[in-house]
Design a protein around this ligand. Sequence first.
Ligand code: CP
Length: 315
Amino acid sequence: MKKFESIHDVDVLSTWLAQAKEIKQDPYKWDTLGKNKTLLMIFFNSSLRTRLSTQKAALNLGMHVMVLDVNQGAWKLETEVGVVMDGDKPEHLLEAIPVMGAYCDIIAVRSFASLSSKTEDYSEKILHQFIQYAGKPVISMEAATLHPLQSFADMITVEQYKKTARPKVVLTWAPHPKALPQAVANSFAQWSVAMDYDVVITHPVGYELSEEFTAGARVTNNQEEAFKDADFIYAKNWSAFNDSHYGEVLSTDRSWCVDAPKMALTNAAYFMHCLPVRRNMIVSDEVIDSLKSLVIEEAANRVVSAQTVLLNMLK
Ligand code: CP
């Protein structure tokens, strides 16, 4: 397995879910598989869960781990090909990537969307340069358009808690003061459709996501209608995807916050969010602190998700 950037890199999803279950029951079952292998984790952006859970996953498999924060202590990296490097960036990714590849066996990369160029973001310029030039398997720890480690953890969590074979899973936009990428929402849609859940996406007008990822889901601008009979509510903010407003905040309408009256419309649904979350913007204290909130379990399942990916790469 040479890369993990989306669900398309998973050979048989049911096998991966079975492996995840096995890992959850016995995290140290394959604790020598990664002996003398090194994972290098490269961060262009901040992280709490991805940083810790992916390291823990590698340690559980007996791997060594190195972490590089590109913007703290490393040379500033040029990402444009063909430019005259007379600015403040002394090293090009074209050298830096194979050099980093020479020091490890697997590379994991976090590189968010710029939100300034849709073409650049949706071409996954940085992640694809790593895949092309690293000479080692590459794992996305959230790229411009997708966050597969998060989505796989989300699917593991839904499978753990679902009470029916085909639960109704609702992805709802919720307000946020800053412009955020569409990666988590795109990825959640892509994976939950692939799981054959009954997927509904709800958002205000203008927040339509790429159909590349949402095909197979029903979409409505009526949040309350979407919540009816839902088994899982997955909240997330994202900025606009459409060409004329790409990366913009079009609404901060607080009425989209997930609160107790809305949760009362559901089929006693569980609440999910990838974290970090803005309390009382995205979700009310009452909902996130309730017994129906799965946010901590989801975060814990990030170790299981990353360990399953590493297991398949090492094998
Ligand atoms: N959910 C998630 O990826 O969290 P971090 O940004 O803290 O890694």
